[in-house]
Design a protein around this ligand. Sequence first.
Ligand code: KG4
Ligand code: ZN
Length: 337
Amino acid sequence: MEKKLILGIESSCDDTSVAVVDSDYHVHSVRTVSQTSIHKLFGGVIPEIASRNHLAWVIPALNAAVAEAGVTRDDIDAIAVTSYPGLIGSLLVGVSAAKGLALGWRKPIISVNHLNAHIASSLLEKPGRPALPYLALVVSGGHTSLIEVTPEGKKLLGETMDDAAGEAFDKVAKMGNLGYPGGPVIDKLAQRGDPDKYKLPYLLKNNNKYADEILFSFSGIKSAVKRVLEQPDVDIPSLMAAFQSRIVELISRKIGLAMSRRKYCALVVSGGVSANSAVRKMAENIAKKYQIKLFLPELRFCQDNGAMVAAAAMDDLFAGRFSELDFDVAPTVRPRV
Ligand code: KG4
Ligand code: ZN
């Protein structure tokens, strides 16, 4: 099959990222401008600031990605861009840049769903693809969703009723003044702690109403952590180890529930929180238990990036499924402060 190249643009939250990816999912370049050092000052993403920075950095990131890949406009077969879900001001910048590029370079444009992009991040720089049907978990700062992928398409099996898992990591880190973003800080602290020292409640476990349902809830555990933080001489690494293990335990239980209902050929775990060491270990254990193939993105592709957007558009490119230039953006994600 002829090799094709897609230029992918991501700007749904606070990362401005452009990448060039080929149809073997080889990443020729990825240039990401992170705004973490700015939003860190506020303890969360400020949408207005995020969109203004996207505006400043999307063209430099684009030029750098094209130069690093060593390609010209003639080599690019399509432009892919995240159009939903995300912060509307942020999405608008990437989508407008992509539309301008598609128009100026006379290329087809493919509008990409951010969750599909996270799922596709597990294909980058890897041979093979998950056989159908497979189960995909997207676990990030904005989402905790279990998705079933069959020959008929994608079906949402369940998602969080309140906070996303990454949001819980960020909020708990903020409560403990541990830093931002919370996930990587807590992951590191937890490795030095004893998860059994503090008895945090099992999430949804004793709630019969939800025991047999594929859904998540992470907001309650924040109060439990808060109560411990109010005590004197808290062993922070152990508290974080207990917090992380409860989150991972709930995710594991709900994946297990989905697995018990249908035979899947593979498991995909993706999104910013899939960088978590305990989440990765849990995913490996489940894949081993059910003897299915596991697709986990490389660490550098867990957070938002343009390469996963290009990867998610690959099937559409080969099928000739392109978007009209007047497609809209749709916001759903609440700002995380
Ligand atoms: O996918 P992503 O870059 O953006 C969204 O689409 O939300 O995910 C960012 C989230 C943040 O909440 C961050 O705290 C979390 O991913 N995260 C982690 C880790 N690294 C990033 N959570 C837990 N453990 C980590 N190692
Ligand atoms: Zn994301």
